[in-house]
Write a protein that binds this ligand. Structure first.
Ligand code: 5GP
Length: 175
């Protein structure tokens, strides 16, 4: 593998603080109800693991996997659910846990699909929000970190060509 020049952008301590704060907000909004936490594979797996361990609510966990779209494609219709839930969400409090919301295309497709299934409530929790990059109108209900510059980031579950997901900090790939 080609080695990349990485720089720590958000150290693990900062991420930990943000995750604890998010868990506090979610607890406040839902307690004492049960939530179904849906992780979007693969990038959210580390974030989800930390978040649920801070979340003192009754909860169950499921995962989905979405197809990614090429840079040339802009239609949200090109994002597909590759791996669907194993649980029915009808009548449940669903929180989608996403690593990054960038253009918003992926999360919009998922939100629209889940809405059809008539959950009791449906919210989005994103670790990173690149809201200046949005192509469709959609916002997360819970955001850990808002980025105002466009770096390509890796670590804490996020990859570059499947590498670097295991890094404890979030790093930018430098030229
Ligand atoms: P969207 O449909 O919102 O444009 O795409 C969001 C997805 O793109 C994220 O879930 C993530 O997988 C990927 N993505 C966007 N920005 C980055 C980034 O800086 N680093 C990595 N590793 N993935 C990114």
């Amino acid at each position: 593998m080609e080695t990349k020049n990485l720089k720590i952008l958000y150290p693990k301590e900062t991420i930990q603080e943000r995750v604890t704060a998010l868990a506090g907000q979610i607890y406040h909004d839902y307690q004492p109800e049960e939530v179904l936490v849906v992780g979007v594979l693969k990038g959210s797996f580390v974030f989800l693991a930390d978040l649920v361990r801070e979340l003192k609510l009754p909860l169950i966990i499921d995962f989905v996997r979405l197809s990614s779209y090429g840079n040339s494609l802009t239609s949200s219709g090109t994002v597909k659910i590759l791996k669907d839930l194993e649980t029915s969400i009808t009548g449940k409090n669903v929180i989608i846990v996403e690593d990054i919301i960038d253009t918003g295309l992926s999360i919009k497709v998922l939100k629209d699909e889940f809405t059809k299934r008539q959950p009791r409530s449906l919210k989005i929790c994103a670790l990173i929000d690149k809201n200046f990059r949005r192509k469709v109108e959609i916002d997360a209900d819970y955001v850990g970190i808002t980025m105002d510059r466009d770096y390509f980031i890796v670590g804490y579950g996020l990859d570059w060509a499947e590498n670097y997901r295991q890094l404890p900090d979030i790093c930018s790939i430098e030229p």
